[in-house]
Design a protein around this ligand. Structure first.
Ligand SMILES: [Zn+2]
Length: 122
């Protein structure tokens, strides 16, 4: 049995236990019998390749978590940039104007939006 398949079927915890509990001079482990063997056996996984596969698995897991950490940082930075942008740029009104609009009745004074019509009764 291939080591990668063994980890896929029985999980990384099990694979770790098999490697940790390996008996002296054993080179194969068979899950079906739960025994270690000193020579190749059908359905048995080679201890050496299992160790290698565990190493690969662990580096994939850490690469995945490093990737997810970078993605989180990226999203935080992106959100901050959007908030910064919105706080320095006035959003456009529904008519497409960002400085003044005669339809909405706003103008801009010192970078602040002033609504001339607000407060007046029609
Ligand atoms: Zn408008």
């Amino acid at each position: 049995m291939k080591a990668h398949l063994f980890i896929d079927l029985f999980g990384i915890e099990k694979a770790n236990r098999v490697v940790e509990n390996v008996v002296f001079e054993a080179t194969y482990y068979c899950e079906k019998t739960g025994s270690y063997y000193s020579s190749k056996k059908n359905d048995a996984v080679e201890i050496k390749s299992l160790i290698q596969a565990i190493r690969e698995y662990k580096s994939l897991v850490s690469a995945k978590s490093a990737y997810e950490t970078r993605l989180t940082h990226w999203n935080k930075a992106l959100n901050r940039a959007i908030v910064d942008h919105e706080s320095t740029c006035q959003p456009k009104c529904e008519h497409g104007y960002d400085v003044a609009c005669l339809i909405c009745g706003f103008g801009t004074v010192d970078g602040e939006r002033i609504y001339h019509n607000k407060g007046k009764t029609a």
